[in-house]
Design a protein around this ligand. Structure first.
Ligand SMILES: Cc1cc2nc3c(=O)[nH]c(=O)nc-3n(C[C@H](O)[C@H](O)[C@H](O)COP(=O)(O)OP(=O)(O)OC[C@H]3O[C@@H](n4cnc5c(N)ncnc54)[C@H](O)[C@@H]3O)c2cc1C
Length: 282
């Protein structure tokens, strides 16, 4: 065994949770998922109506803002990005919109053959459990629950009636045969709770013995030219040519893929029982 993990995934967001699920599905491949933020336990992350407060209070957010924009009258614009298990899918607006068929086909025509609409459709179908069940376009038994918004507001009805009055087509399913038209939003919600990449892909498989998740673990850098990454007491020392160039707590993770000490470093992070450790690792 040359490594404690076959894969180290940095960031437990939409992509990271999905990858962690898929890569560890065989029960053998050892996967470590590192997340800079904490667990997604706060009730406001569960309640769809809590979204506004999460966003306004910049909760579980990296806190980025743009530089003042001259074109926006000098204002800085908030650029929310999730910092929590589930990543941005734990703080997003839950709208389920796959995108336009023409965009995928254009990417394919410009050199990404697998990204045509026909190429991605099987993955969309595999991903979701649509409340209306499986069809040519929709999935019926995937991990991610999707449904129409049930939000009741006379304004929604008036808006749809107004569109019809102006001659625009009604579209009962904009993730179906065609995207154009007016209709109700579709949401990633399960049983009245937010469905994030974490609730869909990560939480259901946390019991896998070959999957470890570490929160509060921010990857600081990946280096190919470090000579040594060493653990000294509770500190990590990043060394180059025998000299310490950086020092910090062990919950801040350095990776140097070619470097045997990185494997020791990963093995010092307290991971779930049952995962392979390097012989002699702390
Ligand atoms: C406020 C808001 C509303 C949105 N609304 C919608 C919507 O309604 N519908 C929709 O489809 N999309 C929406 N999105 C977009 C969608 O949520 C994102 O495109 C998607 O979640 C991005 O997935 P990702 O895996 O690329 O990144 P993320 O989900 O953001 O995951 C990145 C993860 O990596 C972690 N991370 C970053 N750096 C490090 C590091 N150095 N070490 C360890 N961990 C690290 C982060 O903390 C985070 O958890 C919204 C996004 C936001 C922020």
């Amino acid at each position: 065994m040359t490594s404690a993990f076959d894969y180290v995934i940095v960031g437990a967001g939409s992509a990271g949770c999905t990858l962690a699920n898929r890569l560890s599905a065989d029960g053998r491949t050892r996967v470590l998922l590192l997340e800079a933020g904490g667990w997604d336990r706060h009730p406001l992350l569960k309640l769809p109506l809590g979204w506004g407060r999460v966003l306004l209070n910049r909760m579980y957010d990296w806190g980025y803002d743009t530089e003042p924009e001259p074109e926006m009258n000098g204002r800085s614009i908030e650029v929310a990005r999730g910092k929590v298990i589930g990543g941005s899918s734990s703080i997003n607006a839950m709208a389920y919109v796959r995108g336009n068929r023409a965009d995928y086909d254009r990417w394919a025509s410009r050199g990404l053959p697998g990204w045509s609409y026909a190429g991605v459709l099987p993955y969309f179908r595999r991903q979701e459990s649509w409340e209306g069940g499986a069809s040519q376009f929709r999935g019926g038994d995937g991990p991610l629950a999707t449904r129409k918004a049930r939000y009741q507001d006379p304004l929604v009805d008036a808006y749809l009636a107004g569109a019809a009055e102006m001659g625009y087509a009604h579209n009962d399913d904009y993730n179906g045969a065609q995207q154009d038209g007016f209709g109700r939003m579709q949401m990633t919600i399960r049983g009245g709770h937010r469905e994030s990449a974490a609730t869909a892909y990560l939480h259901p498989v946390l019991g896998r013995r070959n999957l470890a998740v570490e929160t509060g673990a921010a990857l600081l850098f990946i280096s190919h030219d470090l000579s040594v990454v060493r653990v000294i007491a509770d500190d990590v020392a990043v060394m180059n040519a025998g000299r310490i160039v950086e020092r910090g707590p062990v919950d801040r993770v350095w990776l140097a893929p070619e470097e045997p000490y990185t494997q020791r470093l990963l093995a010092t992070i307290p991971v779930a029982d049952g995962l392979g450790r390097l012989p002699g690792a702390a």
